[in-house]
Design a binder for this molecule. Sequence first.
Ligand SMILES: [Zn+2]
Length: 221
Amino acid sequence: MKKAAKPAGISKGQCRCGKIRLEIDTPARWAWHGHSPASRRAHGAAYATYVGSWRKRLRITSGKSGIARYEHKASGTVRSFCATCSTPLFYERVRAPHMINVPRTLLEGRTGRQPLYHIAIEELQERAYTGEPNPAAMLFDEQTSALDPEMISEVLDVMVDLAREGMTMMVVTHEMSFASKVANRVIMDKSEIVEDALKTDFFGSPRSDRAQKFLSKILSH
Ligand SMILES: [Zn+2]
């Protein structure tokens, strides 16, 4: 799920009445099923599936002036919809200012992302058919390495949300402060595992020479 160097295609979309037309560059950034009461009510559905796009990769190609916005002050979220036909269009969150989420059902063709996880799964309604189970674990390979510095925290926030929801994640990262905050186990590998420890042990009193040397270098900067 690294930042794509170049868009590979376009997925177009529209509201029910066709006044609002939009397109995103694909592959999109991410996709998920949202089960929160807010999403359910906003969509009038058992859950909503969203595709997240970089804001700069989304274009409203017609009908911009016909978009109505509803801001929920307490959460800072903004939902937009077609003022004519009331189709939900966008879901924006304060914590991810560079991202904009579009209901999957508006977009035609492939978006380059399968919805692989569920947000607020504890709110899953009995009547909702979700198709596939949550993954048992997710693997991230240097998730933030190709990102602009200001984008990194947004991606890390999403991972923290997943961790809070109980998702098991195996993360390869250079973000040491992130690892020291959220990891349960830290494994250091140099073609073989040189240290496997709880994070407090790893960052506090590493056993291996390699980890001691590594930490002495990064912590002095
Ligand atoms: Zn419309």
